[in-house]
Design a protein around this ligand. Sequence first.
Ligand SMILES: [Zn+2]
Length: 263
Amino acid sequence: MNNIFDSHCHYDDHWFDHDRQAVLDRVLGEGSCVSYVNHAATDTASALFGIECAKKYKNFYTSVGFHPEFANVLPPDWEQKLEELYLAAKATGKLTAIGEIGLDYHYEGYDREKEIEVFEKQLVFAKCKDLPVIVHCRDATADTMELLKKHGSRGVIHCFSGSGETAKEAVDMGFYIGFTGVLAFKNAKKALKALEQVPMDRLLLETDCPYMAPPPYRGQRCESPMIAEVVKVVAQQKGLTTQQVCDMTCDNAKRLYGIHTPE
Ligand SMILES: [Zn+2]
């Protein structure tokens, strides 16, 4: 198995502080089953990390954007900051998307109005720049779908946790659906139902690492090669070989993120 594209990862997480470079060298090095990774930025520092790595590693790509978790604590000039980060990432030639952006209603105390404002402004920004969006949606399906429709957005719903109906609705809107290691969990019934609704040309694989490690690695720090366990599940569900699943999902990520590399 080779040619895995980890479409959504967070190698800036503190869990990688002690051996980040060694991990990235291994994940992106010769003989790895992983061909590409895409860093999902969450704030300014995270976007700058992505930009630095995109310069340093040939197969490391990055998005820029502000996660809903930080909507409350953004500086007043955050929109100007977004423009600066966009320009810096664009200059690397490896900017993939605006993200991760979205709505997270999981925790009490988050300011939903502020989340919606920050999300909408970034949807408009992405549209202006003709970029896809990487959407984070937690316990906020109705509002998220409504805003994506309102702005005619395109992109991926990452770490998909919704129902089969929502998956179908998103696919019908032209969206890609990203699945993590959750798909390989023992009680993944809901995720498998959603997978049924996603045609192979709209499926992306991701770690969302360092979280969501699939079995037999559950509880451990997740790294991109662990996607191989998810590939096995998809291959079985869709009646394909594992290599076909890797190649198709890699092509999908390249298409969505506008990556053109010689074959
Ligand atoms: Zn993420």
